[in-house]
Design a protein around this ligand. Structure first.
Ligand SMILES: NC(=O)c1ccc[n+]([C@@H]2O[C@H](COP(=O)([O-])OP(=O)(O)OC[C@H]3O[C@@H](n4cnc5c(N)ncnc54)[C@H](OP(=O)(O)O)[C@@H]3O)[C@@H](O)[C@H]2O)c1
Length: 248
């Protein structure tokens, strides 16, 4: 039997793209997202689809019970693509926006990863997880305080959990994307001028496509990256690491 892969954020573009790749590779799939209608619209017919708010530990518990009752074993792969974006200066960020940001990004990552690992430990099997950070979690970018705090937390979680479970051959990695055009960011692309300006932020001359991040997630998740753990791979067109010479 093929391994079971749990992909979160499947009512969004990145989760759906990862799910599509893993379906093509023959994995048994569990797709999850909050919006049931969008989740059920996913065209992968033979996947188990469960809607859940993963910021709530009891909903995560229910998700894993549903997986157990459907497949009779826990997932050995987790692609945690659930999360949100908020771009606002601190002084205009409400407590509710801040809490939502932490819940959607950090709480969901912690509770989902915790339950995923517990399943592997109970079944004495190895596995692999990839979480999604952001360039905002690693360098200071204006107007990103709440999401920076949440994603920096995700990166700390990745490294610490990777250290805890390497001995059980459970690998835990992450990616840190730059701007990806998706439902979460569509509002930034208002017209050709805005699109051009967004692309110009990146030394490679374009903003990110969902495929860039989906490919990186699938590589880290699967056996090709069998000797990689505790890493967060920047998928950001060089934004966080290079500073080309500007010619006037
Ligand atoms: N787009 C970018 O520029 C960018 C840049 C850096 C990092 N990221 C990260 O990339 C990931 C994917 O984002 P995306 O661009 O694909 O956005 P998206 O299209 O809005 O997808 C986000 C997904 O996360 C789900 N989600 C959010 N909060 C959740 C919660 N509490 N419980 C369960 N599911 C939850 C959403 O579910 P519902 O829609 O059903 O509510 C949706 O399926 C996120 O972690 C985001 O922070 C994105």
């Amino acid at each position: 039997m093929s391994e079971i892969a749990l992909i979160t954020g499947c009512s969004g573009l990145l989760g759906a793209a990862v799910a599509q790749r893993l379906a093509t590779s023959g994995y048994r799939l569990v797709l999850t997202g909050r919006n049931e209608e969008k989740l059920n619209a996913n065209p992968i017919a033979d996947a188990l689809k469960v809607s859940a708010d993963l910021a709530l530990p009891e909903a995560v518990e229910q998700l894993f019970l549903a997986i157990d009752s459907h497949y009779g074993e826990p997932p050995s792969l987790l692609a945690h693509c659930a999360g949100s974006i908020i771009i606002r200066p601190m002084h205009r960020t409400t407590q509710e926006q801040y809490r939502n940001c932490l819940q959607n990004n950090l709480d969901s990552a912690f509770f989902t990863l915790q339950k995923f690992i517990q399943g592997l430990l109970d079944h004495k099997t190895c596995g692999s997880a990839v979480l999604v950070s952001s360039i905002a979690g690693r360098i200071g970018i204006g107007n990103h305080a709440a999401i920076a705090a949440a994603k920096a937390g995700v990166e700390g979680l990745i490294r610490s959990a990777a250290a805890d479970y390497a001995g059980q051959r459970i690998r835990i990695n992450g990616i840190a994307p730059g701007l990806i055009r998706s439902a979460a960011t569509e509002g930034f692309f208002k017209g050709a001028k805005a699109e051009e300006q967004l692309a110009a932020q990146y030394s490679l001359g374009r903003y990110g496509h969902v495929d860039d991040s989906a490919n990186a997630i699938c590589w880290l998740l699967c056996n090709e990256a069998d000797w990689v753990t505790g890493q967060v791979l920047a998928v950001d067109g060089g934004f966080s690491s290079i500073r080309p010479l500007v010619k006037s």
